[in-house]
Design a binder for this molecule. Sequence first.
Ligand code: F0G
Length: 498
Amino acid sequence: MKFQSFIAFLLELDIKKSILPAETLVNTENIHATKPFIQLMFKTIIEPFKIKMVESISMSTEEQRMKFLEDAHYNPFLLKSEQVIIDLLTDSGTSAMSSEQWAAMMNGDESYAGARSWERFEKAVHDLTGMPYILPTHQGRAAERILYGHLGGEGKHFISNTHFDTTRANIEYSGAVAHDIPIIEARDFSAHHPFKGNLDTIQLEHLIGNLGEKNIAGVILTVTNNSGGGQPVSMKNAKDVQAICKRHGILFILDSCRVAENSYFIHEREKGYKDKSFKEIAQEMFSLADATVMSAKKDGLVNMGGFLALRDKSLADACTQLLIITEGYTTYGGLSGRDMEAIAVGLKEVFEPDYLHYRIISTRYLGENIRHKGVPIIYPVGGHAVYIDAKGLYPHIHVHQYPGQALVCELYRIGGIRCVEIGSVMFGKYDEDGKLIPAPIELVRLAIPRRVYTQSHIDYVVEVFDEILQTKDAVKGLRITHEQHFLRHFTAHFERIE
Ligand code: F0G
């Protein structure tokens, strides 16, 4: 396992200087003096874990993959996992659990009511969020369905830095409208801004004025901003959003599934946080919110699970009714006892400084390396994934022919790499005449599962991009031949446009 020269590489690129404006620039010497993680004597940053159990990867030839892709209707969601060499489809539910988590699972108490595992889970979630009412759900979208199903409905509006696809779908399914207002710098892929995930607070005030505060069911801050490039949100932005919500009596909701990764960036980039632990930073962010929805499949370091946490009793009572009807009884909801044990441990491990440092630096390593080759990416690199500007890479493919989906197919054909389009396939809509209204951006996401791949896997991905770049001018677009109304990217069928 070679996991070389992250720091040498980063120092070479002088990342800190290049991504941070002067006013937020953190003195590198200070970082070294007060860093919460241990810097070994050598430049190489190693994975802070040993591998105790392995899962085989099945190799395939390009010829086999072309057949697999055709059978999957050019939609990698329809591939079998054994047909994939490196799976970067999602960082959700794909983490490797630790021996501590597996050990805790053996202590799972599967009692219907009042299980010990519930007590441990509730304590861990309460300790982190500070919220009194905790509803366990089988994953994030179940918490979304309960909360947004209850708050939403015709005539209601939600406002976010960017709604994730399931968040938007749950809101729209209720009849409500979802508005995305990321800061303007988020639209410029190469703009240097330390917190490109921030919500535009000026637009927020305007929208509240236009829509009327009583029609706004909630403001959702997604940390990090997944659909906006995995970019972090600053504490200052969260505080500003909270102040506006408070003034207008609007519920402030944190979508916290990557809150630990977001805390790393605050520690790294925002003034006043370098002496705080990652967990303290997360706790401060939770203290601002009225409610939080968390998919534990991300920073909970588990394969399944989530929760909804609330401060208000009457809202909690209404949501609890829905929990019991659709997920399960209050002390397990959508989870078994062993799942709750694994989450309780995962929520602690994710804040371990050596883990979190390795996590962010290794994602950055992939992004910086492919950017160096000339692949256009959202910059600076976010926490859990590298986002490629597919339209920038394939300017000759019209948005109606899905440049992102074309890149997704090429990465699979050339390297057996599976990833996901975040563009007009995922977010495109049709107007009344059936004409596509494309998404504002055409991205492809390479999401890195937590604690799963080593540097040689990532070096392989980097190498595949040499071929992607060499062959890019010959790549053609795709057309959709079959689709569903909601979340069409999961099941759509495509054909190549020759
Ligand atoms: N919110 C955000 C920001 C997410 O990224 C996700 C899931 C959810 C909510 C829903 O959580 O999957 O547990 O129901 N994101 C995954 C992804 C699917 O690939 O980014 P879930």
